[in-house]
Design a protein around this ligand. Structure first.
Ligand code: ATP
Length: 361
């Protein structure tokens, strides 16, 4: 991982304390995930210079924005960042184009090497046709896409997003998520994205930071962090791993699509996606079962050789098993009785049977 951001903050509100020491990658979406009140927004506000912690150090790329040890603190307006809030906060008396142009003058003063072409940004966010519209004539999802474009128009070196989808209903969220995935693939700047929605984590995160009570509980690539048995996510009923895959071939006769991932290939229900296109595949731990031998007669299409790496107790009577399939981690929730009867142990070679998958993009 090429580190772009080093963030160390200690802040005490009296009743709540933030204490973090984080290195975040140079590209992709780093998601800050945690329960309400875990300190995600406070951390984001510290990065933006909207909060003044007792101790703070923030380095973005090679530049130090803040270092309390040397009394250095760049005010927010001198930090080349974009900030997207839960509500779009567009200027109601300006149309979309004027909203996007607002504040552009600032760029001349704080020009950065990052060259984001505004027209390209509008195209990525699908808002080219909305330029003349007033904000009250936009849907919630459109307003939020304009707010994201407005933040990017300032050519930031990082984009901070605080629950940008939280005020949207399910349908609007689904409408905007593909745009965010597209941005993540095209933009060369790091995005720090706050959410408490597990689905957004699975769909967007490249890097995942779990926060609890003002501290970082775990941080790492999405695959690493989702499959850690020592953090609550793996114990959750909704525990899942996410694999990056590519479309290999379509089988129109059986209505199946074969995709490849780092550890092999999977057959999925027929997808409407071009050969070679990238996909995220979510596999719930409850949909993965374990067999000691390769099953000879099974209706399950996806059976893969795997090795057990860790085992932990989950709910009463439940065991969670972490396995690797060609280096890719996968979780399986099974009954404790099965774990004992099969005598499962770390290092044991087994087979995983994947009963179902969801495609996230
Ligand atoms: N200005 C403030 N003064 C005192 N306490 C504050 C202040 N701002 C936030 N807090 C407290 O700090 C804690 C962390 O709040 P924060 O908004 O960072 O959490 P969060 O994880 O972003 O939560 P949510 O998901 O609900 O937005 C909360 O207990 C909150 O009440």
């Amino acid at each position: 991982m090429t580190t772009a951001i080093i963030a160390r903050f200690q802040l005490d509100y009296g009743g709540f304390a933030l204490d973090v020491d984080l290195n975040l990658p140079a590209t992709g979406i780093s998601v800050l995930f945690g329960h309400s009140g875990s300190g995600k927004t406070t951390l984001l506000r510290c990065m933006a210079g909207l909060q003044t912690p007792q101790h703070g150090f923030l380095q973005v790329n090679a530049k130090i924005w803040q270092d309390s040890a040397q009394a250095l603190f760049l005010p927010t307006y001198q930090r080349p960042l974009g900030y997207v809030f839960q509500e779009a906060n567009l200027f109601p008396h300006l149309n979309v184009r004027q909203n996007l142009q607002f504040g552009l003058k600032r760029i001349a003063k704080t020009a950065t090497p990052v060259d984001l072409d505004l027209a390209h940004i509008c195209e990525l966010l699908g808002i080219q046709a909305l330029m003349q519209r007033m904000p009250d004539r936009l849907s919630g999802g459109e307003r939020q896409r304009v707010a994201i474009a407005r933040a990017l128009a300032l050519k930031p070196e990082i984009l901070l997003m605080d629950e940008p989808l939280a005020s949207l209903d399910f349908k609007r969220k689904q409408e905007i998520l593909p745009y965010l995935s597209q941005l993540q693939q095209e933009l060369q700047i790091p995005i720090i994205y706050v959410t408490h929605a597990q689905q957004e984590v699975a769909q967007l995160a490249d890097y995942l930071v779990l926060m609890a009570e003002g501290k970082v509980q775990a941080a790492g690539t999405l695959a690493e962090t989702l499959s850690r048995l020592d953090v609550p996510l793996a114990q959750d009923r909704e525990a899942a791993t996410v694999w990056q895959a590519r479309v290999l071939q379509h089988d129109h006769h059986y209505h199946l699509t074969r995709v490849s991932f780092a550890g092999g290939s999977l057959d999925l229900p027929l997808l409407n996606a071009a050969i070679g296109s990238p996909l995220r595949i979510q596999i719930y731990a409850r949909d993965v079962s374990i067999a000691l031998q390769a099953p000879v007669a099974t209706s399950i299409l996806n059976v893969l050789p795997a090795t057990i790496t860790n085992i932990a107790e989950a709910q009463p009577g439940q065991t969670i098993v972490r396995l690797e399939v060609g280096g890719q981690a996968i979780l399986s929730h099974i009954t404790r009785k099965s774990a004992v009867e099969l005598d499962l142990k770390p290092g044991l070679p087994v087979y995983v049977q994947i009963k179902g998958t969801s495609i996230l993009n």
